[in-house]
Design a protein around this ligand. Structure first.
Ligand code: G3P
Length: 221
């Protein structure tokens, strides 16, 4: 399963990329707004840091605007994936951009039928938002199971990019289903790195080493 980071924060991107964890990045207008600065500069910088796919989202809601913006976004780097919303105009833009070899991520997917239609339009990725479904009392992970089954039944090449992930259990559940990609907020990836027994175990190792050194002050590794 690929891991993308769901952020436009350059420090977080560099931090996790240096650990070799990142296969790509997803951004959206809310994440861009949170970081401030000139979005064009931030987007270009992200495409330079990360080798894998970087999703950059259009803000137009009608077809021709989406196409113009999508083609401009592609110039920010060779690894740009144009993100369009799950609307009729979004799917029309997805079809045109995909037919010209520009990869598209269809975002704001909340049902299996929406995922099916986005795949039919030629999307490289569909982004179901599981946390937002959980928030309204629907089962986000169940949606991933449904999409996985449908895409497997018909050998769709479209990849399931699980978004709106809120905690590490979402990640384990998505991996067990066989989702292609999870996109994680930095805070979730931080939590996945940690376990209290790792912390306690390391503290014990270091304190035992100090005891050994107390008897042999010149000891070194
Ligand atoms: O990429 C966008 C998606 O992950 C949104 O997450 O937490 O705003 O529902 P959230």
């Amino acid at each position: 399963m690929k891991i993308f980071l769901d952020t436009a924060n350059l420090n977080s991107i560099k931090k996790f990329n240096d650990m070799g964890l990142l296969d790509g990045i997803t951004t959206n207008p809310s994440l861009m707004s949170k970081e401030g600065g000139n979005p064009k500069d931030v987007m270009e910088e992200i495409t330079k840091i990360i080798k894998g796919d970087v999703s950059l989202e259009v803000v137009s809601t009608e077809y021709s605007g989406m196409i113009d913006e999508g083609k401009r976004l592609c110039k920010y780097g060779d690894n740009v994936v144009v993100k369009v919303p799950m609307t009729p105009d979004g799917l029309k833009a997805c079809k045109l951009l995909s037919s010209e070899g520009i990869p598209v991520n269809v975002t704001l997917i909340f049902s299996a039928n929406q995922a099916l239609l986005a795949a039919k339009s030629g999307a490289k990725y569909v982004s179901p938002f599981i946390g937002r479904l959980d928030d309204v009392g629907q089962d986000g992970i169940h949606l991933i199971k449904e999409i996985k089954e449908i895409f497997s039944n018909y050998d769709f090449e479209t990849q399931i990019l699980v978004a709106s992930i809120r905690h590490p259990v979402h990640v384990v559940d998505a991996a067990k289903i066989g989702a292609d990609v999870v996109t994680l907020p930095p805070a979730v990836l931080d939590k996945m790195l940690q376990h209290p027994l790792t912390k306690i175990g390391l503290e014990n190792f270091l304190s035992d080493w100090e005891k050994l050194k107390a008897g042999n002050p010149n000891v070194k590794i």
